[in-house]
Design a protein around this ligand. Structure first.
Ligand code: SF4
Length: 498
């Protein structure tokens, strides 16, 4: 229903030193915990006793795809899994060739790989592979990486060396895991660390189990303990014989963790690069309240209630209400059984979808000054409808919109499904109205006042500085050089249309 940006995929791997134990149930539980990162398809690869890799993948949610009869057939002590988010309409989106894990096999090499991210120099790498005579069955980054790794592995049996060489040829934002037919798992994070990736363990008297996951919530859910994050530019080797080894293959003088992981993508019960997502969200709400001039207006303050846009606005609203010492109320009821309406095309149909999904609770907001908390404004269309609902159906006196993210002015070229600059309300309005663009967004959404988070407060709330985060969609300055050129091209197109 909401015009939200979407992440691409979750990865999860498990390795046990007990060859009489199957990890498939743990894969299921871990992928269930990571369902929010991708709902289009799910898959697992398991190493069967004897060294054969078997892979099962299908469209649908984890609970539908990985039924108990599948889990009982896919039995082994090492496995990896993947949840995929695909843009609807993307080429081959329903074909299993496009789903992951990607199982690579030729006469000499076999491995399975799960990938989250995007490769900025995809065209260049693919062209080189084409010239080497490689035949591709999809147009995905995943296959390009798998073919690249496969061709390097022909000349070396040393997996860290293979992945190091591949890592040096790839420019992008990614986390990946690779399971070999020898029963090892390698986890790798790009040199700037855009995407989260962490490792955990579960040790008892019967067996030692290691995990690698897109988010720490998956390690919690399977009963494990978080060991640490995989570092940017690091390859971690999980072995059922030799425990954990790691090496940094590419050192960078900065990192670029996606700030949106904290604002929207990640589960609040995850910890990313040492920072709790839940606590970061509370602080984001607190900073909005600390800097809100409306709280000095006693007439509004005495009549105000803090309302979240469910579900993503909740943590921010709790932080705001606590800092402002104002009542927090659930002023919008969400119907959890209306699914997938965000893909409904056309403005009129989307409008109906918002009404089906959200209903204002008149008894708590009628006549009130509603301070409405949301995580971000992307296109602005649903924000406008939510505010209209609060005023028309809920009879709110005024709606004061507070946004936990700074204005999103530029697209993401780092693997997030993002609208173009022209579709981003803040990007377009900034080009159209210059310094007055936030006031114009306020008018468009129908809010009585509008305040966005500042980039400075965002960094304080995330407890990270500019050289640790990707802020490109907020600043238009991209950490990857090949991407900066693309962004400048798009900016000039929007300017010429403005
Ligand atoms: S541009 Fe924005 S959404 Fe994309 S990686 Fe950077 S911070 Fe994340």
């Amino acid at each position: 229903m909401r015009d939200k940006v979407k992440d691409h995929c979750a990865i999860f791997g498990v390795i046990s030193d007990d060859i009489g134990y199957s990890v498939s149930k743990l894969l299921y539980q871990g992928l269930m915990a990571l369902q929010h990162r991708g709902q289009e398809s799910t898959g697992i690869s398991i190493l069967k006793t004897g060294g054969n890799i078997i892979t099962y993948k299908k469209s649908g949610l984890v609970s539908k795809v990985l039924e108990s009869k599948v889990l009982s057939q896919y039995w082994g002590n090492v496995g990896i899994g993947h949840n995929r988010y695909a843009t609807t309409g993307a080429t081959g989106y329903k074909s299993t060739d496009y789903m992951q894990p990607f199982h690579f096999k030729n006469n000499e090499i076999e491995f399975s790989m799960a990938f989250n991210g995007t490769i900025a120099n995809f065209d260049e790498v693919k062209k080189n592979m084409d010239e080497m005579g490689r035949v591709f069955i999809t147009d995905t980054d995943t296959e390009v990486i798998a073919q690249l790794i496969g061709s390097i592995a022909l000349g070396s049996e040393d997996w860290p060396e293979v992945l190091t060489l591949a890592g040096r040829l790839l420019d992008g934002s990614y986390s990946l895991i690779l399971m070999t037919s020898e029963g090892d798992i390698y986890a790798m994070r790009d040199p700037l660390g855009f995407k989260p990736l962490c490792i955990g363990e579960l040790k008892n008297t019967k067996r030692n189990i290691y995990f690698v996951a897109s988010e720490s919530c998956a390690i919690d859910v399977v009963g494990g303990d978080l060991i640490r994050d995989v570092l940017p530019g690091e390859i971690v080797h999980l072995s059922h014989q030799k425990d954990i080894h790691s090496e940094i293959i590419i050192k960078s003088n900065r990192t670029a963790l996606c700030q949106f992981e904290f604002v929207y993508f990640a589960r609040p019960d995850s910890t990313i690069d040492g920072v709790s997502v839940a606590e970061a969200r509370l602080r984001l709400g607190e900073y909005l309240a600390k800097n809100d001039p409306i709280l000095m207006n006693s007439e509004i303050r005495d009549n105000a209630v803090v309302v979240p846009v469910p579900d993503s606005g909740r943590s921010f609203a709790v932080g705001y209400a606590k800092e402002a010492k104002l009542p927090y109320v659930e002023g919008l009821m969400k119907n959890r059984y209306v699914h997938r309406t965000f893909i409904i095309p056309g403005q009129a149909k989307r409008k109906i979808a918002v009404k089906e999904k959200l209903n204002p609770i008149k008894s708590v907001i009628s006549g009130k000054d509603v301070i409405l908390l949301d995580d971000s404004i992307v296109r602005g269309t649903t924000t406008q409808q939510i505010i209209a609902l609060l005023k028309d159906k809920g009879e709110a006196k005024q709606v004061h919109l507070r946004i936990s993210s700074p204005p999103i002015i530029s697209p993401c070229y780092m693997g997030i499904d993002f609208p173009t600059k022209n579709e981003l309300i803040a990007g377009r309005f900034q080009e159209l109205y210059g310094e007055d663009y936030i006031e114009e967004i306020r008018k468009k959404t129908g809010a009585d006042t509008l305040i966005y988070q500042t980039i400075e407060c965002l960094m304080k709330a995330l407890q990270k500085n500019q050289s640790e985060l990707c802020l490109a969609c907020l600043t238009g300055i991209y950490p990857l050089k090949s991407v900066q050129k693309l962004a400048e091209m798009e900016k000039s197109i929007v300017k010429s249309r403005a």
